[in-house]
Design a protein around this ligand. Structure first.
Ligand code: ZN
Length: 244
């Protein structure tokens, strides 16, 4: 499985506190546990500052599943790159959208809504509850996952009704949030997972890593590329055609 870990990598460069938690960037931490946790994984990282935001045609054509972390740099992502990532998702690439990437152009475009939510940067404890224990993304995940410190994300979260709701989070302040949501667009699978504020070491938690590893496996669809939808129905000889 070919996995690309994308990150804007701005907070880690500009903010000392974030750099102390993620000295080589959030993408490096995610890439490390994905390399160890996904059998046969070919993992690469890509960041905003690279040519074509690190997502050249060659990279996209060789990516089965992509993870996306962004926050303050959403508007800096090249519009052509967003378009190409969308086409790749529609063709069957899996996309794991992390935390503040709810406002990324790619997620907004795939959802067709604002993807706005309520938030509070404080010292909340987040509790992540499994609401679909038969779903592959929840396997081996404790119920609940407790994250000692997290930014609060709350409803209303302006997304289409998820195809499958996997996790709901509650917070010290009493809010609730749909924190793990599955969608399909075209032939691609998309999973949004909200834990992962840059000021806290969330991606070092083994339970969070388990969720992301499960999500990558779930979003991977090797059989999809074999299905050819490029030819139109009428052009195939032998198919029934109406007489008019
Ligand atoms: Zn955040």
């Amino acid at each position: 499985m070919r996995i690309t870990i994308w990150n804007e990598n701005i907070h880690e460069v500009e903010n000392e506190k974030v750099r102390a938690i993620y000295p080589s960037g959030i993408h490096s931490v995610i890439a490390n546990f994905v390399r160890e946790g996904v059998a046969g994984a070919e993992v690469r990282t890509a960041t905003l500052d690279q040519p074509e935001n690190g997502l050249t045609d060659a990279v996209l054509e060789n990516t089965d599943v992509m993870t996306w972390w962004g926050h303050v740099g959403h508007h800096l992502v090249d519009e052509d790159v967003v378009e190409k990532v969308e086409q790749r998702v529609l063709a069957g690439m899996g996309l794991i959208v992390l935390h503040s990437a709810h406002l990324s152009r790619i997620f907004q475009r795939l959802m067709g809504t604002s993807c706005n939510l309520r938030w509070r940067e404080g010292e909340d404890r987040e509790t992540v509850w499994t609401v679909n224990p038969t779903h592959p993304i929840t396997q081996g995940v404790p119920h609940p996952i407790v994250i000692p410190n997290q930014e609060m994300y709350g409803e209303f979260f302006d997304i289409p009704t998820p195809d499958e709701l996997v996790f709901i989070s509650s917070y010290t302040g009493g809010e609730a949030f749909r924190s793990g949501c599955c969608f399909s667009r075209g032939k691609g699978r998309i999973f949004y997972f909200s834990p992962g504020h840059e000021s806290y070491p969330v991606y070092y938690q083994p339970e969070i890593q388990r969720v992301l590893l499960n999500a990558i496996e779930w979003a991977y669809q090797p059989q999809i590329s074999a299905i050819d939808t490029s030819a139109s129905f009428e052009s195939k000889p032998g198919w029934f055609q109406s007489s008019d």
